[in-house]
Ligand binder design. Structure first.
Ligand SMILES: CC(C)(COP(=O)(O)OP(=O)(O)OC[C@H]1O[C@@H](n2cnc3c(N)ncnc32)[C@H](O)[C@@H]1OP(=O)(O)O)[C@@H](O)C(=O)NCCC(=O)NCCS
Length: 153
C-alpha cells in the first residue's frame, strides 16, 4: 500500500538515501535542508508492507512562486520503481501546485533520462527549451531539457 503525505524535515535522511540510490549525481543534504520552507511543497510516498511497517519509497521537491510551480527533484527508490509511484508523485505535484494557484509548471531533466521524460510527457508536459551542457556526467556534460505544462491554453 502506498500513501502520500507532506514531507517534513525529519524525512530528509530517508529522502537523501533514496536520492543516493536512484541518481548518478545526488543532491547534497544541505540542498535538501534548504528546500524546506514557505515556498516549498514537498511530498513523500510511504509504502506500508504486509506487517504494517512503513518505509519512504519516493519523494518530490516542489516550489511555488507567483503562479508558477517548479519540480526541483523527484526520485523513487530503485526497489519501488516501475509500480506507478513516480506517476502518483507527478500527479500530486500538479494537484498541490494547482491548489496553491499555479497555472504554469516547469521542470528540467537530463536528455538521457528517458524514463523520466516518458513520465513527464505522459503527464502532459511538453519540451519548451534546452540548456546545452548543463549537467555533469561521468565523462563530460549533457544537455538539460526544459519541460512546461500550462493550465491556461
Ligand atoms: C523517474 C522516476 C522518478 C520514475 O519513478 P517510477 O516510480 O519508476 O515511475 P512509474 O512507475 O510511474 O513509471 C515508470 C514505468 O513503470 C511503468 N509502470 C507503472 N506502473 C506499473 C505497473 N503496475 N506494472 C508495470 N509497469 C508499471 C510505467 O508505465 C513506466 O513505464 P515506462 O518508463 O516504460 O514509460 C524514477 O525512475 C527515478 O527515481 N529515477 C531516478 C531519479 C530521476 O531520474 N529523477 C528525475 C529527475 S528530472
Amino acid at each position: 500500500m502506498i500513501h502520500l503525505r507532506p514531507a517534513v524535515a525529519a524525512d530528509i535522511s530517508a529522502m537523501l538515501a533514496i536520492e543516493q540510490a536512484a541518481t548518478s549525481h545526488p543532491w547534497t543534504r544541505n540542498l535538501f535542508e534548504s528546500s524546506f520552507g514557505e515556498r516549498y511543497f514537498n511530498t513523500v510516498a510511504v509504502s506500508t508492507d504486509s506487517a504494517g511497517i512503513e518505509e519512504i519509497a519516493g519523494f518530490y521537491i516542489g516550489e511555488y512562486i507567483a503562479g508558477e510551480a517548479s519540480l526541483f527533484d523527484i526520485a523513487v527508490h530503485p526497489k519501488f520503481q516501475g509500480q506507478g509511484i513516480g506517476q502518483l508523485l507527478v500527479d500530486e505535484f500538479l494537484a498541490q501546485g494547482e491548489a496553491r494557484g499555479a497555472s504554469y509548471f516547469f521542470l528540467e531533466v537530463r536528455e538521457s533520462n528517458q524514463s523520466a521524460i516518458r513520465l513527464y510527457e505522459r503527464s502532459g508536459f511538453c519540451q519548451c527549451g534546452r540548456r546545452p551542457r548543463y549537467y555533469p556526467t561521468a565523462t563530460g556534460t549533457e544537455d538539460a531539457l526544459l519541460y512546461a505544462l500550462s493550465y491556461q491554453n
